[in-house]
Design a protein around this ligand. Sequence first.
Ligand SMILES: Cc1ncc(COP(=O)(O)O)c(C=O)c1O
Length: 356
Amino acid sequence: MYYLDQNIQELHRIFDQNERKNYLRLDLNENPGGLPEEFIKKVLDDVDPQFVSQYPETLHFTEILAKHLDTDIQHLCLVNGSSEGIRYIIQAFTSVNGRIVGVVPSYFMFQIYAEMYGRNFVPVPYTKDLDMPISHILEHLTKETELLILLNPNNPMGNIYSEEEFEKILEVCKEKEITLLIDEAYHYFYPKTFIHYALTERRIFVTRTFSKLFSMAGCRLGYVVGHPEDVQYVQKYCTPHNTNAFAMKFAEEILESPDILSNLISKFKEGRGYLLQALEEQNYLYQGEAGNFLFIKPKGDAKEIVQKMKEEFGILIKSYPSIGKLGDCLRVTIGEKKYMEQFMEALVKLDRNTSS
Ligand SMILES: Cc1ncc(COP(=O)(O)O)c(C=O)c1O
């Protein structure tokens, strides 16, 4: 008997992210400059035929990661990009038609996975002023809620939660027996973390990625942090050898070279400082407290600017419709200063010549 899952049949996916290599990519929150070239060469110099021919071993790298996070390996599950970990958490800790609560706008895969597995995603929208009062989140947490997804900081809004706010949310989650997923993809751009809760309590997960500050999106590597009793279930979903040897090798070398990390952070900060000042000077409104991205309210038409930025300047950015009081916006990845200069030069030229 032929069978096709109805959720998959009806699911709408967009796979439009090819042919980006000849552009300056400020659309997906990658590091546009990447890791230093000499570092890449040094890491690849160690690669021999056995390294490529054998299945990757995860134990060694998991131990290094555990040391970096000051924990032990039982709290960690390596995944092929944090989006894989998010998927397994949704699969394991929610049921068909189960209620998942999450803020919107946000990383789109939460809703995609919810649809893929027939879960009921309940959105908590931002206010017109682009705030997310935690009372709005709490209002949506019912006894039937199985999973709450928070982002620290959120993408694309860039908002954050104080410890006090987080504790309040956690209290309600515990009272109503709701599993909590905290996506920390943009950790390091914004150092405050809730990882200690995931390390010490049950039913709390933190997901992280090597795609953003670590500049390894092309390698695909992320991890799930949680209590060993919970992490074991995420691990069970993983395909054998789910994380590849090159990704773990690069990540290991970065974790073992603190200079690389601090350099990436300081280049990012310089780029962000430049961009914010340039936007102020040009009288632009913008939004984004944390993360390596910013919403900018253009003076002209957002979609037209995105199109022309690509065609005339070879720069990829994104537009988002109806971002509260800002209206239609541009979302731009923040990278090192030279790329921000390129972007600002293009924006100033284009935004004069597009219709408003
Ligand atoms: C909030 C958030 N979580 C997760 C991811 C996925 O990251 P990964 O490359 O680790 O799958 C992204 C990617 O943009 C993201 O913005």
